[in-house]
Design a protein around this ligand. Sequence first.
Ligand SMILES: C[S@@+](CC[C@H](N)C(=O)[O-])C[C@H]1O[C@@H](n2cnc3c(N)ncnc32)[C@H](O)[C@@H]1O
Length: 288
Amino acid sequence: MSQISYALGRGYLASVRLYAQHWMWRFQLGYLLHPTIPQDKEDLKIADVACGTGIWLIEAARTLPASTQLDGYDISPAQYPPKEWLPKNVNLNVFDMLDPVPKELIGKYDVVHVGLIVMVVRNENPTPVLNNLTALLKPGGYLQWDESDMNSLTVTPADGLTPHPRFDEYLSSRTNGYEKDKERFLISTAPPCRWATQIDNLFIGHGLELCFYQRLPIKDEIKKPWTDVQVTAAGEQIKNVVIPACKEGEEPSPEKWLQLLDGLVAESQQNQAHTMDMIIAVGRKAMQ
Ligand SMILES: C[S@@+](CC[C@H](N)C(=O)[O-])C[C@H]1O[C@@H](n2cnc3c(N)ncnc32)[C@H](O)[C@@H]1O
C-alpha cells in the first residue's frame, strides 16, 4: 500500500468536485471512450482505475451493451455509492495501483481507462503506474488515459487585461514550494508533472501503439465552472496538506495561506479563469 497520503479530501465536497469535473470533461469531449476504441463487442471487460466516485463507469453502463463488465478500482472506497445503487454490471473494488497487479487481474481487460491521476504518480515517474495499467490489458486491449496537464496551468482574465496578483503568487508558491520541500508538495498538485506532456511518448516507450493523442485547451463555455472547481481543489490542498505541514515561525504562515486562498476566491469571482489543458491518449497493447 502506498505510504504517502492523498492531498485531496474524500468528503462530500470532494465528491461534488469529482462529479463536476467528470461532467465538464464529457461536455468538452462529447465521449467517454474515444471512438478509436471498439465498443460494440459483446462481453467487453472494462476497468476504470483510480475511479474515485465510480461515475465514469456508471455513465458508461448507460451506453455500452448490458453484457459489458465494468470494474472500478480505487485505493479508497470512501467516495463509492452503495452497491445497491450501482448498475448491475458495475463493480467497485479497492486496489492500490502502485502495488503489484494480482494474478487474477493480469490480462483481464479489453479496455482500461484512467483519469486525473497526477497525484498518484510518484517522483515524476509514471512507469510503475503504466506498467500496472498495461498489465491489466489483454493482448490487443486499449488503454485510454485522460489527464489534466498541470504544466499548462494558466490564469486568463475575461477582459484580457485585469491583473491577477494572488493567482500569480499561488502559482509561484507551488513551483517554489516544490523545489523547497519535494516530499510535502509531492502529495499536492504542485509537482511539475513534466511527464504529463509526454504521455504519447510514454505510451510508445511502454510498448503501446499510439492510436490517438490530443491536447485540448478549456473552452470558454466551461472556464467559469472549471475555475470554481480548481479553486475548490486549491482550498482542499492548502487546508489538508500545506497548512498542517507549516512550521512554527516560518513564512508563509497558516494565516498567510488562508489569506491567499481568500484572494484566489476573490479573483476567480472577478472573472479570472484558472485552467490547464486536457490530454487524451489512447494506446493499444501488442497482440502478444
Ligand atoms: C483526482 S481523483 C480522480 C478520480 C476519477 N478518476 C475521476 O476522474 O473522477 C484521483 C483518485 O485517485 C485515487 N488514488 C490515489 N492514489 C491511488 C492509488 N495508489 N491507487 C489507486 N487509486 C488511487 C484517489 O483515491 C482518487 O479517487
